[in-house]
Design a protein around this ligand. Structure first.
Ligand code: AIR
Length: 191
């Protein structure tokens, strides 16, 4: 097995492990106020079945060296968990929330209602409507509670991570350097 392939398999395994771990803790509640080496970005998805669609987000965050947590919270099956997560996110050290959902895609808006952290919504093409439903749901937030929206599909999933990097670049030099390096490399591509 080649090095790159082995690294990619290992990364997949870690992501699956993290997903499994965070999913198991669903419903146990967050430790409000405790900042114990928390990642800067929380990637929240509405269902375990979204894991593959959100993988490009996790890959880009990893490439840029941004620590994240990935977890599953359904806004309608477990609204209390969504509330607890949103309320505690900032005090736990999270600075940007990426929320991915398909269908009615209320998760990003619900999380945004419980926090003043920036929330980036990722519309997923998991329903019969191909993600247009999720896109409309995410971009049509009423005034006062903003949710940023990226595109449907893997371009959007990647851009959610790049947008998070841009936000964090305002404060973290290392992230700004990694992101600017990536942007510099882009210039030579596909020309
Ligand atoms: N969903 C879950 N909670 C809120 C929303 N919008 C979405 C998930 C998934 C779809 O419903 O993000 O894309 C189907 O989820 P499931 O769990 O039925 O497979």
């Amino acid at each position: 097995m080649r090095g790159a392939e082995r690294r990619s398999k290992l990364k997949d395994k870690i992501v699956r492990l993290r997903l499994a771990m965070t999913h198991q803790t669903e419903g146990e509640g967050d430790k409000g106020g405790e900042v114990d080496n928390m990642p800067l970005v929380a990637v929240v998805m509405g269902s375990k079945s979204d894991a593959e669609a959100i993988q490009p987000t996790l890959d880009v965050l990893t490439q840029l060296g941004i620590d994240y947590e990935a977890l599953v919270i359904s806004a309608h099956r477990n609204p209390e968990r969504a509330r607890q997560f949103g309320l505690a996110a900032q005090s736990r050290g999270i600075e940007v929330i990426i929320a991915a959902a398909g269908g009615a895609a209320h998760l990003p808006g619900v999380l945004a209602s419980w926090t003043t952290l920036p929330v980036i919504g990722v519309p997923l093409a998991t329903s019969e409507l191909g993600g247009v439903d999720a896109l409309y749901s995410i971009v049509q937030m009423p005034a006062g509670i903003p949710v940023a929206s990226v595109a449907i599909g893997s371009a959007g999933a990647k851009n959610a991570a790049y947008l998070a990097a841009e936000i964090l670049s305002l404060k973290y030099d290392e992230i700004r350097k990694a992101y600017q390096k990536y942007r510099g490399e882009l210039q030579g591509e596909k020309q």
